[in-house]
Design a protein around this ligand. Sequence first.
Ligand code: SF4
Length: 457
Amino acid sequence: MNKYDSEKMAGMLRKYNYSLTPDLNSADVVLLNTCSIREKAEQKVFSKLGRIKKYKVKNPNLVIGVGGCVGQISSKAILKRAPYVDLVFGTLNIHRLPSLLETASKGNAAVSEIFSEAEQYLEDYPISRKSGIQAWVSIMHGCNNYCSYCVVPYTRGREISRKCNDILNEIKVLSQHGYKEVTLLGQNVNSYGKGTEEGITFPGLLEKINEIPGIERIRFVTSHPKDFSKELIRVIKNFDKVCEQIHLPAQSGSNKILSLMNRKYSLKDYMEKINTLKSSISGVALSTDIIVGFPGETKQDFQATIDLITKIEFDSIFLFNFSPRPETVAAKLPGQVNEKIKQKRFNTLLDLQKGITLKLNKRLEGKNVDILVEGKSKTNLDKLTGRTRTNKIVNFTVRAGTAAKLKLNTSADGDEIFQKEIGSEVSNAGKGYLTGKIVPVKIVRSGLYSLDGQVIN
Ligand code: SF4
């Protein structure tokens, strides 16, 4: 969500004749888009500000701005600890950025603007997207769930769904510009549409997006297990563009901890949904989030999480040590777990998951998969890279036994395009471009983080 917000900021500023620079020495404005989901991320903001300060000494006209979730909840602390900051703005003030920047650059005093709620979903952001193939598309913002550990309801406000037609129009335009994949974003996408006049549900939205020509793959994050419906499973199964890759955050395998987290589902509910997903959708890839060392987590509770991971065999998990966040209920709960114990438990789960991921990836060796090509592999320039429908990274050669000969072209807007030499057996009717195409690849080797393959003739 933060990366998507950064794309919005870049798009808006581009409209006002700013351009991006990797060189801080030549910057007129430096914006930090911040995250406060964990304490460490918040600390990083202040250490980064400390490093940026020297550029302000060299160039007193430099405008330093802080946005995002830390800006939203800690604006006063930012201006106190870093008085050289010129602008602090909240997550719901992004649309005001150009005018806030203008005020900040003209005045002597710091500008701070934080809206605590939005009345409606704001449209017409000129988004400057990094990829020309895959796009994030927000379908809602905010959250009404108040999980006891989470700061999001305080940083992003109450849940507001975007109008269905606005989403569809954005995706149609993306398709016309050659985008092939969209990832729908929301804090809890399963509750999309609640309270809207249109009365549309999330599965209904997916059905409509599935009809848009040119879009080949649809993904979504994040789902809440309590709202993950049978209807959604039916749509994932029956609508071909909706990828069989589901991120369903479990957070813990212990009912006691789930209740303390205010997650509103039990281990049994969660397992039932996972079992239905596995039995209904062939080859479904599952991932989850786990919080380690939540207050009150005993050895037995931790063992229940180990059992959950062992039983389900997720393709991947995102592990987090519990981090007490301001304003949240969990920060004040008794039984805070010692940091050393947290880290030991974290390492145990990490090792367990590495074994599972490798085992599942090994099963793909010898199988044929469809890859949406993203471009050149970062680790091997002779290879291309892309993802399976289940979101696994595959680096691959184009012809057996030889490295693909690739020419690097640069398109007018600076995006890199990789072209195989003329005569390629996968050259797509002579165009020669593979980036953005879906190609069949045979998996020849699998590792923990990526797979190796070779295009099938
Ligand atoms: S559903 Fe997600 S975003 Fe909302 S409070 Fe819970 S963890 Fe935070």
